[in-house]
Design a protein. Structure first.
Length: 227
C-alpha cells in the first residue's frame, strides 16, 4: 500500500510539473519583450532664473549662465504603445570678469515615461512625463588668488566660495524619432521641468548664512540622441 501511495505521489508531482512548464511556455509565447537600446546625446538646458544670481549680482560678480550645454548617456525600452528612458547627463558653465570667475557643474538623473502616439517603422512620436534629480556644484573665486604650498593653513588662504544644492524636477515632455536605418535612430527630446523641492544652497566647507532657495526655478531641456 505504501509503494502504491509513493508511486501515486511521484506521478502526481510529475504531472503537476509538466503542467506548470506548459503554462510557462504558453505565457512566454504571449509575452512580448521590449526593444532595448543604449544611446548618447547632446543638448541644452535653459533655466528661467537662478535666485542665487541676485546675491552674486549684488556683490558685483559675474552671474551664473542660464543656458548650458548638456551631454547625456542613457537606456531606452520601447514597447508597441509605451517607451521608457533612464539617462545620466552633465552640464557645465563658467563666466568671468576681470577679477572673479564662477563655475557651475551639474549632474542629472532623468527618468522618462511616454505613450507612443505614432509608432511606425520609420517614425515614432511620443509624449509623457520627465522626472529628474539634479546635483549642482558652484564655485566662485578670485582670479588673482594664490596658494602657497608652504603655508596650507586655511586661515591664511581665501578667495574661494564653494556651494552646492540638490533639486527634484518633474514636467511634460515630447519625443520624435526618425529611424533612418535598421541600426540607427535619431530622436529629438523636448521637456519643460518644474522644480518641486527647495534647492537650498549649502556648503561642505562652511556654514552658509542668508542662504537662498531655488524652488521657483523651471527649465527647458532640448536634446538630440543617437541609438
Amino acid at each position: 500500500m505504501k509503494k502504491i501511495f509513493f508511486i501515486a505521489v511521484v506521478l502526481f508531482a510529475q504531472f503537476t510539473f509538466a503542467q506548470e512548464q506548459e503554462t510557462v511556455s504558453t505565457d512566454e509565447k504571449k509575452c512580448v519583450l521590449p526593444k532595448m537600446d543604449l544611446y548618447i546625446g547632446v543638448g541644452g538646458v535653459f533655466y528661467n532664473d537662478f535666485t542665487l544670481n541676485q546675491k552674486i549680482k549684488a556683490s558685483g560678480m559675474p552671474e551664473i549662465r542660464e543656458t548650458m550645454p548638456e551631454l547625456m548617456i542613457g537606456f531606452n525600452s520601447l514597447w508597441e504603445k509605451y517607451s521608457f528612458d533612464m539617462d545620466l547627463s552633465s552640464s557645465y558653465s563658467s563666466k568671468k570678469n576681470s577679477t572673479t570667475e564662477n563655475k557651475l557643474a551639474s549632474g542629472t538623473l532623468r527618468l522618462r515615461g511616454h505613450y507612443n502616439f505614432v509608432n511606425k517603422s520609420r517614425i515614432l512620436l511620443s509624449g509623457g512625463l520627465n522626472v529628474a534629480y539634479t546635483h549642482n556644484d558652484f564655485n566662485l573665486y578670485s582670479r588673482n588668488n594664490d596658494i602657497n604650498l608652504n603655508d596650507l593653513n586655511p586661515e591664511n588662504n581665501s578667495g574661494h566660495v564653494s556651494l552646492k544644492n540638490d533639486i527634484f524636477y518633474a514636467g511634460p515632455s515630447l519625443a520624435f524619432n526618425l529611424k533612418r536605418k535598421e541600426k540607427l535612430s535619431i530622436r529629438l527630446n523636448v521637456g519643460y521641468e518644474f522644480a518641486f523641492t527647495n534647492g537650498k544652497w549649502k556648503s561642505d566647507y562652511a556654514n552658509v548664512s542668508n542662504t537662498v532657495k531655488e524652488n521657483g526655478q523651471n527649465r527647458l531641456m532640448v536634446g538630440v540622441v543617437f541609438f
